[in-house]
Ligand binder design. Structure first.
Ligand SMILES: [Zn+2]
Length: 302
């Protein structure tokens, strides 16, 4: 951790002190923490959190190489994977602090900035380890601003009650058989049944959002992200064999107010019923983290 000094936050980050600033809870996955001391260090602090990692990109579909950070000199647009998610908001934090410091402002509460790794893959080696650390406990954080949306105007929108990801994989198994034979309970048939059930649930969640009755953050979103099955052959897939396994992956996002137990029951009973030879896995660490957070919120009160 390092104190911010005069001379600019950007300068502080990008110069050689990088080593001093980083915490490494897991080797090769550094976390950067900056501190702007407040006038009253006894008050709970403000944490502005960002992540440094990005999702993979399909290079050939980009106008400019995604990791070249190409700056279009006429429009000022930057073409770079991660410029939206999530460097732009991180830069807004840094720029706001730089301007406030230049104006002579000093915050009442201490302000921290953290730049964490691994957010896109669940944050287990980043934010989760950080939140469990002594460093974090000593920071006495009262409020955290985390990932938001880029704003092209002077209005900065704050969201609360963000949904937690439950990454769900549904797996079906069944007897393999000849492609010409009709029989019940194939892996494909049961997985398709499950996908249709999940699609109907998704539509029921989405309808009130489309009608303007609910915000996106108030409903459980479900999006299918992969479908995996088939028996590979040199030319693609074997066309006359019904496979014995089929899997589908879903990115499920659960608002803090949702009934988690009922969703878990729904997954077990309707989306991946054992009676149809189906099983499922979810990213349970995040679920645990969420329930811990809710417990904490209940203890602390409003
Ligand atoms: Zn992000």
């Amino acid at each position: 951790m390092a104190e911010m000094r005069e001379g600019g936050v950007g300068q502080l980050i990008f110069k050689s002190q990088a080593k001093l600033l980083s915490l490494e809870f897991v080797k090769g996955k550094p976390l950067i923490l900056l501190k702007w001391a407040g006038k009253d260090p006894t008050l709970p602090s403000i944490l502005l959190n960002s992540h440094t990692d990005v999702v993979p990109s399909e290079h050939h579909k980009w106008t400019h190489p995604p990791f070249s950070a190409h700056l279009d000199s006429t429009t000022g647009n930057i073409f770079a994977r991660g410029s939206q998610d999530r460097k732009c908001v991180s830069l807004q934090y840094l720029e706001a602090i730089r301007k406030l410091k230049a104006s002579g402002f000093r915050p009442l509460r201490t302000v921290y900035l953290s730049f964490v790794p691994d957010e896109e893959i669940g944050g287990n080696d980043g934010a989760a380890k950080f939140a469990d650390s002594d460093v974090f406990a000593k920071m006495n954080v009262g409020i955290v601003l985390d990932e938001g949306l880029a704003s092209p105007t002077d209005n900065y929108r704050a969201f609360y009650g963000e949904r937690s990801p439950w990454w769900l994989v549904v797996k079906a198994v069944g007897a393999p058989g000849h492609g010409a034979k009709l029989y019940d309970n194939t892996a494909m048939e049961n997985l398709l049944r499950s996908i249709e059930t999940i699609r109907r649930f998704r539509a029921a969640q989405f309808d009130p959002v489309k009608a303007g009755l609910k915000a996106e953050g108030e409903v459980i979103s479900v999006n299918m992200v992969f479908l995996k099955s088939g028996t590979p052959s040199p030319s693609g897939f074997v066309m006359n064999l019904q496979p014995s396994e089929a899997q589908a992956g879903f990115d499920v996002r659960v608002p803090p107010t949702a009934d988690q137990a009922s969703l878990e029951r729904r997954i077990a009973e309707e989306w991946a019923p054992a009676s149809l030879n189906m099983t499922f896995e979810t990213c349970s660490h995040l679920r645990d983290l969420l329930s811990e957070t809710l417990k904490l919120a209940n203890v602390k009160g409003p």
